[in-house]
Design a protein around this ligand. Structure first.
Ligand code: DQA
Length: 151
């Protein structure tokens, strides 16, 4: 797996969870779409969602050992609280893009701070599910197209 997509807590409820804030696209639809785009570009992509901070830390650590080269992450509520996930990303030293469906800067002040943004290659927020596609387009660009690489 070359690209890992990580989703934090409550994102498994996308589609029915506060649709006016997060849209009506389900997580399965997002992940299926990303896997298709990545496959067309010649990359393997895996998605992982958890409601548990430790499970997400474990997945970040495992990704590095498995040869993952790029992470797209929506840490969800852990964006605003998790030093442990930030430390895991710093430890593995993989490039990552932080994605949020909603514009966290237009919302409650406790959502304005992210423990991740400082380390991220880039941050996309407020563009709904399209934000993941834009992040993936960037990841593909960054990793280069293996189909055009010399053998
Ligand atoms: C979110 C924004 C967070 O503040 C919130 O806790 C989420 C989702 C987003 O995608 O807009 O769960 O990361």
């Amino acid at each position: 797996m070359q690209i890992l997509v990580l989703h934090g807590p409550n994102l498994n409820l996308l589609g029915s969870r506060e649709p006016t804030v997060y849209g009506s696209t389900t997580l399965v639809q997002i992940d299926t779409n990303l896997a298709e785009i990545a496959a067309k570009a010649g990359f393997s992509l895996e998605s992982f969602q958890s409601n548990h901070e430790g499970a997400l830390v474990d997945r970040i650590q495992t990704a590095a050992r498995e040869g993952c080269r790029f992470i797209i992450i929506n840490p969800a509520a852990y964006t605003h609280t998790s030093v442990a996930m930030r430390d895991a990303l710093a430890a593995v030293d993989l490039p990552f893009i932080e994605v949020h469906l909603s514009n966290i800067h237009k919302r409650e002040t406790f959502r304005h701070h992210s423990f991740f943004s400082e380390l991220a290659l880039g941050v996309i927020c407020g563009l709904g599910a399209q934000g993941y596609q834009l992040a993936l387009a960037c990841a593909i660009e960054q990793l280069g197209n293996p189909l055009s690489r010399p053998a």
